[in-house]
Design a protein around this ligand. Structure first.
Ligand SMILES: NC(=O)c1ccc[n+]([C@@H]2O[C@H](COP(=O)([O-])OP(=O)(O)OC[C@H]3O[C@@H](n4cnc5c(N)ncnc54)[C@H](OP(=O)(O)O)[C@@H]3O)[C@@H](O)[C@H]2O)c1
Length: 256
């Protein structure tokens, strides 16, 4: 039985850094890498080697989730790491994003996380790990990034509760809450709106955040934060009234 990791959104950004670290994990035979772009996944295999198994799928499509389920059922691997990382953001007011794009964001950031977790847990044994990528955006309601922040609240709460439920099975579930990281997310998030997110305090590189996330998962933590800025935001979320926090956020983005 092959020992594997499954990483979504593995073609670039944060996912790619996680894949690189997983290659150093002892005993992993394969890393199943999911993203839409076959070319990018093939390039990843070319660069990182034959443990990389490209699985080009659009996770907002029900057929893709069924295909992954069938593959797991067919191969019955020992799934050591499930990393639900694929996600996207949109910057701007509520009406800068149409209904289809909004629902597509919920499909990827929320529904795919739930569907993959439920599908994968039967293949996970004691000592295995689920990492669901939430965000620092899960700590407060965020105007001009309203829906994205709300999807990440879902991921954070769902994952922490799942962690408690999975304790008996010896499986950890970690809500990874990165602050701003230099990745392709920014380009895809632009909408051309005047009132938009434009200030990225605490910006860091995804490699450090990925290393901390894997360390926290292996320590059995239900949440992972990396760096002083994110940790301070987390503490503030317990102390600062949400209305005041939203005011500070919009002012920090130059929005009046
Ligand atoms: N960057 C940040 O500042 C930041 C901060 C906090 C949290 N996060 C979270 O970190 C995660 C990774 O984001 P990132 O920053 O690395 O962004 P990214 O560079 O845009 O990477 C997103 C990845 O998801 C894949 N993807 C996008 N749509 C998909 C779909 N429908 N089906 C399957 N795969 C899809 C992309 O590949 P294809 O385009 O080929 O599909 C890509 O591999 C996201 O959940 C994001 O919300 C990011």
């Amino acid at each position: 039985m092959a020992s594997i990791a499954l990483v979504t959104g593995a073609a670039g950004g944060f996912g790619r850094e996680l894949v690189k670290l997983l290659l150093q994990e002892p005993g992993l035979d394969e890393i199943w890498c999911v993203a839409r772009s076959k070319d990018k996944l093939d390039a990843l295999r070319g660069e990182l080697g034959e443990k990389i198994v490209p699985i080009p799928l659009d996770l907002t499509q029900r057929d893709s989730l069924t295909a992954l389920q069938a593959r797991l059922e067919g191969e019955r691997p020992d799934l050591r790491f499930l990393i639900n990382n694929a996600g996207f953001d949109k910057f701007g007011p509520y009406d800068a994003v149409d209904v289809d794009t909004s629902l597509n964001m919920i499909d990827l950031n929320v529904s795919a996380v739930v569907a993959l977790g439920l599908t994968a847990i039967p293949y996970m044994g004691r000592g295995s790990h689920i990492l669901n990528v939430a965000s620092q955006a899960a700590f407060f309601p965020l105007p001009y990034m309203d829906l994205y922040a709300a999807t990440k609240v879902f991921v954070r709460h769902y994952t922490r509760a799942l962690h408690v439920e999975l304790k008996d099975k010896g499986i950890s579930a970690t809500a990874v809450c990165p602050g701003w990281m230099k990745t392709g997310l920014f380009d895809r998030a632009k909408t051309g709106a005047d009132k938009t997110v434009r200030s990225f305090a605490g910006l860091t590189t995804p490699d450090k955040v990925a290393a901390k996330a894997l360390r926290d998962a292996k320590r059995g933590r239900d949440m992972s934060t990396c760096g002083l800025f994110v940790k301070a935001t987390h503490v503030a979320s317990k102390l600062v009234p949400q209305r005041l926090a939203m005011k500070v956020w919009t002012l920090s983005q130059g929005i009046r």
